[in-house]
Ligand binder design. Structure first.
Ligand code: DX5
Ligand code: ZN
Length: 216
C-alpha cells in the first residue's frame, strides 16, 4: 500500500522550545519540515519570517518545505533559496505571472510548489501542471492552524491526479489543513503524496508516534 510523506507544520510547535521540536521531527518518520510564512496581507495572520526560518534551518536534518502565504512572493525567492528551502510553494492567488515565478524558483535550485485556496478550481493549473513539482491543495482556508478539514478536498485531489496523469506531469500532491489519522488514509487513497499536519502532531501526547501513525 502506498505510504504518504509526512510534513509536520512547525506553526504548531512550541516556539520557546523550537530546537527541541525541530529535532523531534528530524528523528521521526517525517520527510519534511513544513514551514508556514504568513504576511498578514495575503492571509489575516502573521506567523514568522526569515530569522525564525534560519533558526529552523540551523537544526534541521531533513528538507524544508516552505509554504509562502504572502503577496508578491517574487521579492523573496532568492532569500528563501539562501535559507535552504527544498520546496518553495507560492499561492496561485498571489501570483500575477505564475509561470515566471515557477521558472525563477527552479532556476534558484528549488522545487516549485503551487498552492490552491479552497475556492480555487484545480482546472486553472491545466496550462502549467507540467512545470510544477508540487501542487498544494489547501484543505482549510490558509492563515491558521487547528481548523476543520473541508470535505470537498477529496474531489480536488482526484481532479488534480487525473490532470497529472493526462498531462504526463510528475507533480506531487500535498494536502494542508485539518489532517488527522481520521482522514489520512482516505487522502492517500484519493491520490495525496504529502500530508501536512500541525495541531494533530504537536498537540498530541506523543508527536513521534502520531507522525508514524499518519504515515500509515
Ligand atoms: C494553514 C497552514 C497549515 C497549518 C496546518 O494556513 O498552511 O500548514 O499549519 O495546521 P493544522 O494541521 O493544525 O490544520
Ligand atoms: Zn502550510
Amino acid at each position: 500500500m502506498k505510504k504518504a510523506s509526512i510534513a509536520p507544520s512547525l506553526l504548531a510547535a512550541d516556539f520557546g522550545n523550537l530546537q527541541r521540536d525541530v529535532e523531534m521531527v528530524n528523528a521521526s518518520e517525517a520527510t519534511y519540515h513544513h514551514i508556514d510564512v504568513m504576511d498578514g496581507v495575503f492571509v489575516p495572520n502573521i506567523s514568522y519570517g526569515m530569522p525564525v526560518v534560519k533558526a529552523i534551518q540551523k537544526h534541521a536534518t531533513i528538507p524544508l518545505d516552505v509554504h509562502l502565504m504572502i503577496v508578491d512572493p517574487d521579492r523573496y525567492l532568492e532569500e528563501f533559496a539562501k535559507l535552504g528551502a527544498h520546496i518553495l510553494t507560492v499561492h496561485y492567488e498571489a501570483c500575477t505571472h505564475l509561470h515566471r515565478t515557477i521558472q525563477a524558483i527552479k532556476a534558484l535550485g528549488m522545487k516549485a510548489g503551487v498552492a490552491l485556496n479552497p475556492h480555487t478550481n484545480v482546472s486553472l493549473l491545466e496550462d502549467i501542471i507540467q512545470d510544477i513539482d508540487v501542487v498544494l491543495i489547501m484543505s482549510v482556508n490558509p492563515g491558521f492552524g487547528g481548523q476543520s478539514f473541508i470535505e470537498n478536498t477529496y474531489d480536488k485531489i482526484k481532479a488534480v491526479k487525473a490532470m497529472i496523469t493526462r498531462k504526463n506531469s510528475s507533480a506531487l500532491i500535498e494536502i494542508d489543513g485539518g489532517v488527522t489519522t481520521a482522514n489520512s488514509q482516505k487522502l492517500v487513497d484519493a491520490g495525496a503524496d504529502i500530508l501536512v499536519a500541525g495541531s494533530f502532531v504537536f498537540k498530541s501526547e506523543d508527536p513521534t508516534t502520531t507522525i508514524k501513525d499518519l504515515k500509515g
